[in-house]
Design a protein around this ligand. Structure first.
Ligand code: CP
Ligand code: NVA
Length: 308
C-alpha cells in the first residue's frame, strides 16, 4: 500500500484484500478477547474541521485496542486556525506522531498534508471523498453477501463524498454500481469520468431511483444535506423529495437485498424509519465495522511493515 490513504482510487486489488483480511482477523481477535496490541507505543493525531461521532470514536477506540493512543485536535484550538501553514504543521507533527487522520473540507488539503508529512495521512472525510467509510462498507457487504463480484449496489440520493467514493470503489473492485441522483446533484464529473473509463459497463447513472434499485443486492443512501451545506437545506429537500429509500422503493430490489447508510441519518427524509429500523437494514453492523477496518488500515500504514 502507498504511504497514505487519501482515496480508494490509489488502492490496488491486493490492498483491498489485505485490508479486509486483516479486518476480519482483528474483529475475531477482539470478539475472542485475544490481545492484539500491534501498535503498542504508537500515537495517532486526529485533526477535525467538522463534527464526528463514528469516525472519532472508531479511530480513538481502535488505536487504544491496538496498544497506542490517539490525540484529538479540534482545528479551532491549534495554531492552524491562526494561520500556521499546512506545510509547517505537517512537517512538525511528523516528528511527534506515527500517523495523522484528518477530517476537513478540501481534498487538496489532505493531499497537501500527505506531500509534506513523513508519516501516513488518513483521510477521515473531505467534501469530495470518505475512503474509510466505504472500506468499512465494502467489508460489511462481504460479510453479509460472501462476495463482491457481480453484486449490484444501488446508491440513491446526493452525488456527494459517499457517492464519489463508491464510484472510486467500483473502478477498482468487480461490483456493479448503479446510482440515481437528481439533475444537478451528480457525483464529481472527474471521478465519474475516470472510473467509467477504467471500468466500462460497471458504473451507471440514472435519474429514476426505481431504475437504480431494480434487482439490487445492496441499497445505499446518505443525507440530502451534508455537513456545512445547511444553507441549502430547503432547496435540497425539494430536489431529493422523490429519492427517499422507503418500502415501496425497496420492493424493486432483490428479496434478500440489504439496506445501508453511512449515518448520521434523517428518518423521514432520505430513508423512512420503517426501512432504517427494518430487518434488511445493516446500518449498525456497518457502523461497527468502521472500527475493525480502520484498525486494519492503521496497522498496515503505521505498523512499519510488522506482520502479526
Ligand atoms: N459515517 C461517519 O463518518 O460518521 P461520523 O460523521 O459520525 O464520523
Ligand atoms: N455526506 C455526509 C457523510 C457523513 C458521514 C457528510 O459529508 O456530511
Amino acid at each position: 500500500m502507498k504511504k497514505d490513504l487519501l482515496c480508494l482510487y490509489d488502492l490496488e486489488s491486493r490492498d483491498f484484500q489485505e485490508i479486509f483480511e486483516k479486518s476480519a482477523k482483528l474483529k475475531k481477535m477482539l470478539r475472542e478477547g485475544i490481545p492484539h496490541t500491534h501498535l503498542a507505543g504508537k500515537t495517532l493525531g486526529m485533526i477535525f474541521d467538522k463534527s464526528s461521532t463514528r469516525t472519532r470514536l472508531s479511530f480513538e477506540v481502535g488505536i487504544y485496542q491496538l496498544g497506542g493512543i490517539a490525540i484529538y485536535l479540534n482545528s479551532r484550538d491549534i495554531q492552524l486556525a491562526r494561520g500556521e501553514s499546512v506545510e509547517d504543521t505537517a512537517r512538525v507533527v511528523s516528528r511527534y506522531l506515527d500517523g495523522l487522520m484528518i477530517r476537513t473540507f478540501s481534498q487538496a488539503v489532505v493531499e497537501e498534508y500527505a506531500r509534506y508529512a513523513t508519516i501516513p495521512i488518513i483521510n477521515g472525510l473531505t467534501d469530495l471523498l470518505h475512503p474509510c467509510q466505504i472500506l468499512g462498507d465494502l467489508f460489511t457487504v462481504f460479510e453479509k453477501k460472501g462476495r463482491h463480484e457481480g453484486l449490484r449496489i444501488a446508491y440513491v440520493g446526493d452525488g456527494n463524498n459517499i457517492a464519489n467514493t463508491w464510484v472510486e470503489a467500483a473502478a477498482r473492485l468487480p461490483i456493479i454500481l448503479v446510482l440515481a441522483c437528481p439533475a444537478g446533484y451528480d457525483p464529481d464529473a472527474g471521478i465519474l469520468g475516470r472510473a467509467m473509463k477504467n471500468a466500462p459497463g460497471r458504473i451507471h447513472l440514472y435519474r429514476e431511483p426505481r431504475e437504480a434499485v431494480s434487482g439490487a443486492d445492496v441499497v445505499y443512501t446518505d443525507v440530502w444535506t451534508s455537513m456545512c451545506q445547511e444553507a441549502q437545506k430547503e432547496a435540497r429537500a425539494k430536489a431529493f423529495k422523490a429519492y427517499q429509500v422507503n418500502s415501496t422503493l425497496m420492493g424493486h430490489a432483490k428479496a434478500d437485498a440489504i439496506v445501508m447508510h453511512c449515518l448520521p441519518a434523517h428518518r423521514g427524509e432520505e430513508i423512512t424509519a420503517e426501512v432504517m429500523d427494518g430487518p434488511r437494514s445493516v446500518v449498525v453492523d456497518q457502523a461497527e465495522n468502521r472500527l475493525h477496518v480502520q484498525k486494519a488500515i492503521m496497522e498496515i500504514l503505521m505498523g512499519g511493515g510488522k506482520k502479526d
